[in-house]
Design a protein around this ligand. Structure first.
Ligand SMILES: NC(=O)c1ccc[n+]([C@@H]2O[C@H](COP(=O)([O-])OP(=O)(O)OC[C@H]3O[C@@H](n4cnc5c(N)ncnc54)[C@H](OP(=O)(O)O)[C@@H]3O)[C@@H](O)[C@H]2O)c1
Length: 251
């Protein structure tokens, strides 16, 4: 029988690449994001290529009521959820603490931390029935803080801590919990961070070969398809030019 994965933030970047990877492997998909048209494009493309079932849900992960309305009340035929990938997230701004924008801070905290908590809690009854798996997308920013990364780094440190806490608490429920912490990956991430400034975003990935969204999708696929008794707890992945969250060698 086909397995089912929920991927939050599936309208672009890692989420879109993971949706394609899991669909290619025959999994059914529940995909979420705010941008309806982008998500519909992802769904149409997948349905054209792969014979899997896809349920798309459009809502803002910051909105607690909506997260529970959509993810906490899945249609009966969609309730056998094997994997939840908590991927929706963003950075906004790259400013010193003293210059940073409070609204940016709130959006990052509400999305990266509170959204992940709401989604995990809403889906937990389904994961419990399946003895499923939560995969949280952290970041190398959750391993070491970098200059002007203050609150984004804090949210990803929180993802790291929440992952560890979930893993311990959910042991009696036989639910696996994994975090994948990528370094620099060329997606819309920097365009969002720099609020549409394409030159600033491109500069982030200049002078070296960053990871691609497909690399992260391959990693998530590997982690999700291990034997039942094997759990990758914590996986840090960077391109070869990156040594840690603060150090990238540019030629
Ligand atoms: N790219 C990197 O270098 C990198 C490195 C480490 C970790 N990460 C993390 O990886 C995850 C995915 O990022 P990405 O690189 O794939 O960036 P991306 O291409 O900008 O994708 C981000 C996804 O998150 C969704 N999202 C953002 N805010 C949301 C909200 N309030 N409600 C629902 N969905 C929301 C977006 O969909 P909508 O805008 O349509 O809602 C989009 O699908 C994030 O958690 C990010 O922090 C990225």
């Amino acid at each position: 029988m086909s397995k089912t994965v929920i991927i939050t933030g599936a309208s672009s970047g890692f989420g879109k690449a993971m949706a394609e990877k899991f669909a290619a492997g025959g999994w059914n998909l529940i995909l979420t994001a705010r941008r309806k048209e982008k998500l519909e494009d992802v769904v149409a493309n997948i349905q054209k290529q792969y014979g899997v079932k896809v349920l798309s849900l459009v809502f803002d992960i910051q909105n607690r009521a909506d997260v529970f309305k959509y993810l906490g009340n899945l249609p009966t035929e969609w309730q056998a959820v094997d994997v939840l990938v908590n991927n929706a997230g963003l950075a906004l701004g790259r400013d010193a603490f003293q210059d940073a924008n409070l609204d940016d801070w709130e959006t990052m905290i509400d999305t990266n931390v509170k959204g992940l908590l709401y989604a995990s809690k809403a889906v937990l009854p389904y994961l419990t029935k399946q003895e499923g798996h939560i995969i949280n997308i952290g970041s190398t920013a959750g391993k070491e803080v970098y200059k002007d990364g203050n609150v984004y780094c804090a949210t990803k440190h929180a993802v790291d801590a929440i992952t560890k806490a979930q893993r311990i608490d959910l042991l009696p429920l036989h639910i696996k919990v994994t975090s994948i912490h990528p370094g620099a990956v060329d997606t819309d991430f920097s365009l969002v961070r720099f609020k549409g400034d394409a030159a600033k975003a491109a500069a982030v990935y200049a002078g070296y070969t960053p990871l691609s969204a497909g690399d992260i999708a391959d990693t998530a696929w590997y982690v999700a398809n291990l034997p039942k008794h094997v759990c990758i707890n914590d996986l840090v992945i960077t391109c070869t030019a990156q040594g840690n969250s603060t150090t990238i060698h540019k030629d």
